[in-house]
Design a protein around this ligand. Structure first.
Ligand SMILES: [Zn+2]
Length: 393
């Protein structure tokens, strides 16, 4: 997993350094409209938008990290995509659209997985097969079939996925150089840097084309880091679409050298939800179901019309709850004077000032009798329907 962390660090560094500042990778959406350079022959914007999702490692039981998503959470995300009806397109459809040779729906999704982890084959692929969802893997040459303690995919695994018709491949360099390595090469001078880039970008393509009898034209920058020299080299060696780790929607005329992707962190749904929310239309996707240990009102993610709702949680399952220890916090109100009813085992508070934000979050904390420490807080959010102007009581 050390490698996974390095890759993530690189991702952050890469993002931060292209922007010259440290920014939250998930929350900043780039404006892809301004990114087409004059040397590019871009096809005009047709209004369609594509969200590209990026994943790395999958695992059934390990604790989730930004790089590692649980198989169960991944499945839920894929099922949610299915339920929204937003089409998941193939890399070929995406490229044909970008080249002006094909059309796609106004909103669609492209799914990508970086590096070539074995869990792509063992965890993700069965789900993609079951749900018939196409995906693209960005492989770096030195990892393909390298085993690495059983963490890398074998050639046969990759071939089997390609044969399914669901999987496409793109390049992710030869050695997966991190931004710090790239910067060392830049410091070595223009000639050395060009040689370095030619190896990383060209040899990876040659290798993949030959091993998998394909014609790779896409490249995902390791760590998302890229320089103008890489754009020049891309033209020389035959890449026409290059992907970063900056979130945002792809337009038909977005710069081919810096296509945005939503890297989905394994330990939260933020980037995933941002990817599924499209502004070119009225579509707003259902949120992922949230499971709380105790029933609440409003329920997590509920849309309430009343701006003065009663917030409550039923804690009857906690036999040895210490009612004195209960603390309810509501965003914008801080700690609130909620009342616990020992008969119904319910804690309640009625909002006493109209909620004005689109989302309201609640945190509930308690101790068990004879316990020093608080239990893990229960947190949830619900939504306020701001189009409902009235205040029902
Ligand atoms: Zn990578």
């Amino acid at each position: 997993m050390k490698q996974a962390f390095l890759c993530l660090v690189a991702m952050y560094l890469g993002f931060a350094s292209t922007k010259g500042q440290s920014v939250d990778v998930e929350l900043v959406e780039r404006n892809s409209e301004e990114s087409t350079t004059s040397s590019e022959q871009a096809v005009a914007d047709d209004g369609s938008r594509v969200s590209i999702l990026g994943y790395h490692v999958f695992h059934k039981t390990k604790e989730e990290t930004p790089m590692l998503i649980s198989t169960a959470r991944f499945r839920k995300q894929m099922e949610l995509i299915k339920s929204t009806g937003i089409p998941v397109i193939t890399l070929a459809q995406f490229l044909a659209w970008r080249r002006g040779e094909g059309e796609i729906p106004p909103q669609s999704i492209l799914i990508t997985m970086d590096d070539g982890w074995r869990s792509v084959y063992s965890e993700a692929f069965p789900i993609m097969k079951e749900l018939r969802l196409p995906f693209t893997i960005f492989l770096y040459k030195n990892y393909v079939g390298a085993n690495r303690g059983g963490r890398a995919m074998s050639l046969n695994m990759i071939k089997e996925m390609l044969k399914s018709g669901l999987c496409s491949i793109g390049s992710h360099s030869v050695s997966h150089p991190f931004p710090s390595d790239v910067k060392k090469q830049v410091a070595a001078g223009a000639e050395a840097f060009e040689k370095f880039l030619r190896i990383e970008m060209e040899q990876s393509k040659v290798f993949l084309d030959e091993k998998f009898q394909t014609q790779v034209t896409t490249y995902a920058y390791p760590g998302g880091y890229h320089t103008p020299e890489m754009h020049v080299m891309a033209d020389k060696v035959g890449y026409d679409h290059l992907f970063t780790v900056e979130p945002g929607k792809v337009r038909r005329n977005s710069s081919k050298y810096a296509l945005p992707r939503y890297i989905v962190f394994g330990n939260n749904n933020q980037a995933f939800e941002a990817a599924l929310s499209f502004k070119n239309g009225n579509f707003s996707p259902p949120l992922l179901p949230v499971e709380l240990p105790h029933p609440t009102s409003p329920n997590p993610n509920d849309l309430v019309a009343n701006r003065l709702p009663e917030i409550s949680a039923n804690l009857h399952k906690l036999a040895n709850l210490d009612p004195e220890s209960l603390v309810m916090r509501v965003a914008g109100f801080g700690k609130v004077p909620a009342i616990f009813d020992p008969t119904s085992r319910t804690i309640r508070w009625k909002v006493n000032r109209p909620l004005r934000q689109p989302v309201c979050s609640v945190t509930l904390q308690w101790k068990l009798i004879d316990q020093e420490e608080y239990e893990n807080p229960m947190k949830w959010t619900f939504r306020i329907d701001r189009s409902a102007n009235y205040q029902s009581r």
